[in-house]
Write a protein of this length. Structure first.
Length: 287
């Protein structure tokens, strides 16, 4: 696990050791953590690195979205204000009944026990911590509003980005999967919102992007993903207009426009097509 300094006042771990990338921003009287990684053990190690290399106490934690690889370490920061979008927190009751129920967590542990037994043990004594501070559209931190947290949706219904104005650093969460096929199969995934978020980022004076997965990148990565998303959107809508069913597409193994990356595409591409097909099908039925 390596805490990489991104700019004068920002740091991130993007080597995959925390599963979902994590980071932090230092401003006067604040050290703000962004996401907490997949397990309490990893979050504890992340926090020790912060203390060792930055030496400033953590004051707030922001969660970009509710996927387990970004939030299950939250219990290691539970004395801090835990900030997330209102729409993200509204989804917590569903999560607590399903994948985060005692049964769901045990099934997750059993799943990883077969392939990553050491990791599975890190999920023992896991406690789900619900965010304590919410916002509707956006919120600022810092005396001079240096940190802007913006609800975007797209990847999930409650997804948010964090923009650090003084240094033009964007923590994009899972809007950006750098150099790999993105996961766009969440049941709350909203393709138009994701596309809109990309277009907004391209209009911002962003210099460096900390993605939710993969290495640091710039706007070129957004251009690449946005081009593909628009092609995929057009392809899905075209199939629907032709009356072609999802079942037919799946049987023919028609995967649509060539993806920009094959990394992770074997698993993520089929669920993306299924989600996008269902999303646009419902949208067309609603008129």
């Amino acid at each position: 696990m390596q805490l990489e300094q991104v700019s004068k006042s920002t740091w991130a771990i993007v080597d995959g050791s925390t599963y979902g990338n994590v980071g932090c921003i230092r401003i006067p009287n604040h050290l703000v953590v962004i996401d907490t990684g997949m397990t309490p053990v990893l979050a504890r190690e992340f926090r020790k690195l912060i203390q060792k290399e930055i030496g400033t106490p953590v004051t707030e934690v922001i969660l970009t979205h509710y996927h387990s690889d970004h939030v299950l370490g939250a219990q290691e920061f539970q004395e801090c204000p835990l900030i997330a979008s209102k729409k993200m927190v509204e989804h917590y009751p569903t999560l607590l009944k399903e994948q985060w129920s005692p049964k769901g967590i045990e099934e997750m542990r059993k799943f990883y026990a077969e392939t990553e037994p050491a990791f599975s043990r890190q999920l023992e004594n896991l406690t789900i911590i619900t965010p304590t501070q919410t916002f509707k559209n956006s919120i600022f931190l810092g005396k001079d509003k240096e940190i802007e947290i913006q609800h975007t949706g797209g990847h999930t219904v409650g997804h948010s980005t964090i923009y650090f104005h003084p240094e033009n650093i964007l923590f994009a969460g899972d809007l950006v999967f750098c150099e790999q096929y993105p996961y766009a199969g969440d049941p709350t995934n909203n393709p138009p919102d994701w596309i809109k978020a990309f277009e907004t980022i391209l209009e911002m004076p962003v210099e460096t992007i900390v993605p939710g997965h993969g290495p640091l990148c710039g706007k070129a990565e957004i251009h690449t993903q946005l081009t593909y998303f628009k092609q995929l959107e057009e392809w899905v809508k075209g199939k629907l207009v032709q009356g072609i069913t999802l079942d037919t597409i799946q049987k023919e193994e028609d995967m649509g426009p060539p993806p920009p990356y094959n990394v992770r595409a074997e698993r993520r591409l089929p669920v993306t097509i299924e989600r996008w097909f269902n999303f646009y099908s419902a949208e067309m039925k609603q008129g």
